[in-house]
Design a protein around this ligand. Sequence first.
Ligand code: CP
Length: 304
Amino acid sequence: MVFPKKSFLDFRHLNKEAVEFLCAQARRIDIRRSRFMQDKIVALVFLEPSTRTRCSFEMAALRLGLRVINIDASESSLKKGETLSDTLVNIDAMGPDLIVVRHGTDEKLSDVESKVNALLVNGGEGVSGHPTQALLDLFTIMEERGYQSVTDIKDRILFVGDILHSRVARSNFDLLAMLNIPFAMAAPDEWARPLAEEYGCEFFTKVEDGLKWANVVMALRVQSERHLDDQKFNLQYFIHDFQINEARLKKFDPKGLVMHPGPVNWDVELTTGVSADRRCVLFKQVKNGVRIRAALLSQLLEID
Ligand code: CP
């Protein structure tokens, strides 16, 4: 079996064959057909808000016939100062088979992994990673283009926006770098240049130049809550220089794809008019989130 049966926290234990295998599984999965009840239990521990990730893990688990428990952070002992590690060790003591975690604490899931018996899955960790989002983004490109294999991917992918604060961006960069798929960044200097240097990728100061280079553009949410103390941050300047709008898309590949992991700040990263563009595949990303997470859960929990 090419897919490792261990906690899935990042791309360190995955190789090209494992990604290929998972995408093939996701392609086969019919998310409209429920399976028979399984005896395995998945715990969803979301300590930060989430719509797409939490619901799609739950939907995927239910379609696989798994039982699901949801831990509500606002009603948990985290409110009393319990650490993430203690919370997960206590939930683990109750015997779930797998725990999906989203959190923004200073702790690392990789430090908790050895303390629990259940498999851990990263559902979004601080600004460091959101690997299942990167997998569903890759899978969406494959589905939209009709690629059967990751080696068929010929696209060049441009990331635009608040790259510095984006866990989605980092996981995408790690996955694309592993697969040797070219990517580039377009953003205000302070939001991307150090990361572009770290990953050795192209950096565009003018989004128009990036759109000429790319045939997939991924806009990222401007995380305004993280810019409150940043004197240099100016939303109007960002909108003027980097917003993906109808005028800019006129010069973009007519067969290109426009993506965004959500949630979108409409009329900031993307204009509302862009949602009507046939190249815009935001809801397909959401739909594919269920498929890729169902494929991941079925591999990790050995459900056929
Ligand atoms: N893309 C994503 O992670 O969305 P949620 O925050 O709604 O889960």
